[in-house]
Structures are given as C-alpha cells and as structure tokens.
Design a protein around this ligand. Structure first.
Ligand code: UDP
Length: 140
C-alpha cells in the first residue's frame, strides 16, 4: 500500500471543547502522521469556497456558519492509504451511525457538529491540501 496524504479539519465543536489533542491522538493511533497543522479562524469566503460542492444542499448555510463559529485546526495527514485510513477512524457522518471506537462515535455531537472533516478521495485531498497549505508548510 502506498504512503499518501489526506486533509483533515478538527471542527469548531472539538476546538471549543478542548479536544484538539484527543482527536489528534486518535488519528496518530490509527497510523496517521501529522505533517502540517495550523489553527485558523475561517472566513466566510474560506468556508463557502471549501464547501462549494455542497452549495445546493439544504444544510449549506448552517454548515458554513458552524465552520466560522470558532477556530478550527487544519491538518495534512500522511500514512499508508491515508484517505481510507482517515475515513475509517472518523466514522460515519452521523455519529448515531458511526462505529464504536471512531472519532465521531466518541466525540461528535450531531450530524452537523461532527468533530472532523476528512477528504473522500486522493484527488480531493490534493485540492483541499492546496486550499489551505503552501507546499513549504508541509514537512514530511
Ligand atoms: N452535514 C450536515 N447535515 C447533513 C449532512 C452533512 O450538517 O445532513 C455536514 C456535516 O458537518 C458533514 C458535512 O456537512 O461532515 C459534509 O457532508 P458530507 O456528506 O461530505 O459528509 P462527510 O464527508 O463529512 O462525512
């Protein structure tokens, strides 16, 4: 299996509850390495641009408001088959459906306030990493 990268966000519900370390520990224990990380407060432009794929969905406005409500931690994660590995440790979008031991089952509050974002394909990972990080900010 190839070593690849994925993009992660520790969302406002987690930073607000001081769970940055707890979430990062779960990512690391799943075999992912944090090769870039920064805490930012998203602007409306950043949130709407990042989630542009969802702009026709009924939850778009609420999702962008939530992502701008408190700081987030954006990260680049590296590991074997990083996208799939991260999706596995994140768990299902709705924490009620997430498997035991996943980040969302353990920490998420609701389908909206669900603690983490993770890219869903290698192609989107590359786009999302470039949206928030300059190449020199990633130190593998
Ligand atoms: N979301 C929401 N309501 C929904 C579905 C999604 O608020 O009914 C939010 C939720 O925060 C989710 C994000 O929109 O993480 C992106 O949705 P997606 O279906 O891409 O889920 P993910 O890839 O994050 O599991």
């Amino acid at each position: 299996m190839a070593v690849t990268r994925t993009f992660s966000i520790i969302k406002p519900d987690a930073t607000r509850r001081n769970l940055t370390g707890a979430v990062t520990k779960m990512l690391e224990e799943a075999g992912l390495r944090v090769v870039a990380s920064k805490r930012i407060h998203m602007t409306r432009e950043q949130a709407e641009g990042f989630y542009a794929v969802h702009k026709e969905r009924p939850f778009f406005g609420e999702l962008c408001d939530f992502m701008m409500s408190e700081p987030v931690v954006v990260q680049v994660l590296e590991g074997e088959d990083a996208v799939t590995r991260n999706r596995d440790i994140m768990g299902a979008t709705n924490p009620a459906d997430a498997a035991e031991g996943t980040i969302r089952k353990t920490h998420a509050l609701s389908i909206g306030e669900n603690t983490v974002h993770g890219s869903d394909s290698d192609e989107n990972a590359a786009i999302e990493i470039a949206y928030f990080f300059k190449p020199e900010e990633i130190v593998g």
